[in-house]
Design a protein around this ligand. Structure first.
Ligand code: HAM
Length: 426
């Protein structure tokens, strides 16, 4: 066995990449309809961006980052997520000087050194959107509506939207004290990670996946119990906008998300059929993040969804993707002279935008016809010495099974006409 791809990565090969194209097209289309513009940020960033942005107490920063020193001794990290980069780009490019809010989206690979399992990769792809400079709860609702509409268009079933409010630094301080009081006696029973979280970030104990921790926190105070008036009003308004938009949601007071930047609204969307890794999308508000990484105080909210997970749900739910293959025209040529003529015709046809390919391996006629069959060709143009002498080609209609001789000089017009008639069928 030769060199293999690194653990937790995938090759997206012809035959599957068409599904990615389809998904990406749907994403570009909906973002454009909702007024979101694409942003592309570097795949690696200064490590400090994620330490300060995502947070020192998170699993991502503690355990999962691909961090290395470059040749200039700078600490560099392959991005584990997109939000911190978008906030950095917003402030570095002075996007705060534009009309607010600035609505952006991105698509691309993210890197986390995770324990790999179904649905959990080390290189995975996210579609994310971020709105910067808008604090109105309507923005929170719009973001959720965008995801909902995308998933509806893709045909996903069995979706659940969970929402929560994790409060702001003001009300979270009170929650922290109350939760620590509640857990004080129980601390010894918590898992090692949660013992660590107890002083650093106790709120995260609420959504620990460990069964014992879950039992110990059963009646623990949640952030909803200590919301200040501002956070509480915000949460009520988000809920009412979701109701107006007819989006059903479940309030989950224990869902606090695994990144440190969240304030107020937090949400996750899960889907039936992909087992443990059922979260296909997560997001929330992060009003302190831009300032945290050195920009002007700016409210922000966004989400990201895992594209591998979306595709996996679509497959499990038997959702067919119309990958719309192009049926090419195949030029089958016999002999050196005819091959040269065919090559010339091919470039002429290509300039006219016709989908045309020819055998590149010098196969015999029989095998060229087989090749055409496997490529689902609509027309095969056969050119040998006899045809060349008569300045014609045999044009075989693979669907109808008939064939005719057409003068070489008229073939392009014939194909263009038929292309028009049969539209994308050609
Ligand atoms: P996250 O919850 O860490 O949030 O990731 C969002 C989504 O990315 C998850 O729901 C999942 O579908 C996918 N995902 C995460 N890790 C993996 C993995 N190892 N393998 C496959 N898929 C994965 C964020 O990344 C935030 N930046 C979201 C956000 C944007 N919040 C505000 N704005």
């Amino acid at each position: 066995m030769g060199i293999q791809r690194p653990k937790g990565t995938q090759d997206i090969i012809p035959g599957s990449v068409e599904k990615w194209h389809y998904l990406e097209e749907q994403i570009h289309a909906i973002c454009s309809e909702y007024g979101y513009k694409e942003i592309r940020t570097p795949i690696f960033e200064a490590t400090e961006l994620f330490q300060r942005g995502v947070g020192e107490t998170t699993d991502i920063v503690n355990k999962e980052m691909y961090t290395f020193l470059d040749k200039g001794e700078r600490s560099i990290t392959l991005r584990p997520e997109g939000t911190a980069s978008v906030c950095r780009a917003y402030s570095e490019n002075k996007l705060y000087a534009l009309q607010q809010p600035v609505k952006m989206y991105y698509l691309g690979p993210m890197f986390r050194y995770e324990n790999t399992q179904a649905g959990r990769f080390r290189q995975f792809h996210q579609f994310g959107a971020e709105v910067l400079g808008g604090e109105d709860p309507m923005v929170d609702a719009e973001i959720i509506c965008l995801i909902w509409e995308l998933l509806r268009r893709l045909g996903l079933k069995g979706l659940e939207v969970q929402i929560n409010s994790v409060g702001c630094p003001k009300c979270r301080a009170e929650h922290r004290t109350r939760l620590q009081e509640f857990l004080h006696e129980k601390k010894a029973g918590l898992c090692a990670d949660c013992q660590n979280r107890f002083s650093k970030n106790p709120m995260r104990i609420l959504d620990c996946k460990n069964k014992t921790c879950q039992t110990l926190t059963e009646n623990a105070p949640t952030t909803l119990d200590t919301l200040c008036e501002d956070c509480s009003t915000h949460f009520e308004k988000v809920k009412s906008y979701l109701e107006i938009a007819d989006i059903r949601y479940r309030i989950n007071p224990k869902m606090v998300r695994g990144l440190d930047y969240y304030q107020k609204t937090a949400f996750e969307i899960s889907a039936e059929g992909i087992g443990a890794q059922s979260a296909i999308c997560g997001g929330g508000r992060y009003d302190g993040l831009v300032a945290e990484i050195g920009g002007p105080p700016t409210p922000g909210i966004g989400f990201a969804m895992g594209l591998e997970r979306i595709l996996s749900v679509m497959e499990k739910q038997n959702i067919q993707i119309d990958t719309d293959p192009v049926s090419p025209i195949i030029l089958a040529a016999l002999g050196d002279h005819a091959r040269k003529e065919a090559f010339k015709l091919m470039s002429d046809f290509r300039q006219a935008g016709l989908p045309v390919i020819m055998d590149l391996l010098g196969r015999g006629l029989k095998n060229q016809l087989k090749y055409a069959d496997r490529e689902h060709a609509r027309y095969v143009l056969i050119i040998g010495d006899d045809e060349l002498a008569k300045k014609v080609a045999v044009v075989r209609d693979m669907r109808l099974g008939d064939q005719q001789e057409i003068a070489i000089e008229n073939i392009k017009t014939f194909l263009i006409e038929n292309n028009k008639i049969s539209g994308k069928e050609l």
